[in-house]
Write a protein that binds this ligand. Structure first.
Ligand code: SF4
Ligand code: SF4
Ligand code: SF4
Length: 320
């Protein structure tokens, strides 16, 4: 009996999701035994032309990581959707936009100007912008066109399932693969796989007493009690606004949750949920004092929407 065909792809991604797949360690051999891997640019030398030549729906499962921020990302998303029976948004970038999605706080023009014109290294060279088409002595060169707005995968193509996390934890990746291999019926389309259905607070192991706060701290500013809830100690921890599933990984290392598993069930906007959680613990009634306390939160957009800006109700700050 032929093995099911597996494809993995990275779009606007840091590569961490690919490494997380390798982090299942020796079980990667089980993956290689169980699947016929037909496309995996980070590890195997397949070409896009190989994928284009495949029959439609001939890939059984495609794990697609990375957000969509240029023409190549979008083209490959459409191509892999056409060729795959099951397509999974794998990791926070594909699921909710994640770190690349913070580019939606500015514009393509501003990014290109900063990187290619104003930065000290390029300004000295005259500040040339990259061109999508160039004629060189060796031949014509084409590079992808950068989009103004970073999108989640499901804002571009139809997605069957989501595996959250930046990156998804290897144990959860293996659980999902094992489940698929077991032949059990797959969950409802659109389900989140490999994560919990509670909030991070409910699995972090620290008791949250919802203490009233007059001051917020950055993690390096105070020595925290390792048993007490970080938010109760004035450290912004996105646990109340984040889906469970990682086992409270960061908090176990005394680092606040930054929200990489995305919003919990029945919450569409992680940032708004976190602002609502904070508003109930601020120890002030006077609007000026509330403002003074909130002003202590450095980089509110980057804090509340670090992983979810393109997926949020805001999507981007400047209009595209
Ligand atoms: S989800 Fe995180 S680890 Fe995965 S590609 Fe995006 S930034 Fe990297
Ligand atoms: S806010 Fe953070 S530290 Fe506190 S209970 Fe929730 S996840 Fe744990
Ligand atoms: S604690 Fe939060 S930021 Fe850390 S891995 Fe879990 S969900 Fe992600």
């Amino acid at each position: 009996m032929p093995k099911p065909k597996l494809a993995l792809y990275w779009a606007a991604s840091c590569g961490g999701c690919e490494i997380a797949v390798l982090d299942i360690h020796e079980k990667i051999l089980d993956v290689a035994n169980a699947f016929d891997i037909v496309f995996w640019p980070v590890a195997l030398d397949f070409k896009y032309s190989d994928v284009r030549a495949m029959d439609d729906k001939s890939i059984d499962i495609c794990l697609f990581n990375g957000a969509i921020r240029n023409s190549e990302n979008e083209e490959l998303a459409h191509l892999l959707r056409k060729k795959s029976k099951i397509l999974v948004a794998f990791g926070a970038c594909a699921h909710t936009g994640s770190i690349p999605g913070l580019a939606n706080l500015t514009s393509k023009e501003a990014i290109l100007k900063f990187v290619y014109k104003d930065s000290a290294s390029n300004a000295a060279n005259g500040g040339g912008y990259p061109q999508t088409h160039s004629k060189m002595p060796e031949g014509d060169i084409e590079i992808p066109e950068l989009w103004n707005t970073v999108k989640t995968l499901d804002q571009v193509i139809d997605v069957d399932y989501y595996i959250p996390g930046c990156p998804p934890q290897p144990t959860q990746i293996w659980n999902v693969i094992e489940y698929i291999l077991s032949g059990k019926p797959l969950p409802k389309k659109g389900s989140i796989l490999g994560a919990g259905d509670k909030t991070c607070c409910e699995e972090c192991g620290r008791e949250r007493k919802e203490k009233k706060l007059k001051k917020f701290y950055r993690p390096f500013e105070i020595e925290t009690d390792p048993k007490e809830c970080l938010l109760d100690q004035g450290i912004i921890c996105l646990g109340p606004a984040t889906r469970s599933g990682c086992g409270g990984l960061c908090i176990k290392a005394n680092v606040p949750c930054r929200g990489c598993y995305g919003p919990p069930p029945n919450v569409s906007d992680q940032g708004t949920k976190m602002v609502s959680a904070l508003s109930s613990v601020i120890d002030a009634q006077d609007p000026e004092e509330i403002e003074r306390i909130l002003d202590q939160i450095v980089d509110p957009m980057g804090t509340f929407y670090r992983f979810t800006l393109p997926h949020s109700i805001l999507r981007r700050i400047e209009n595209s």
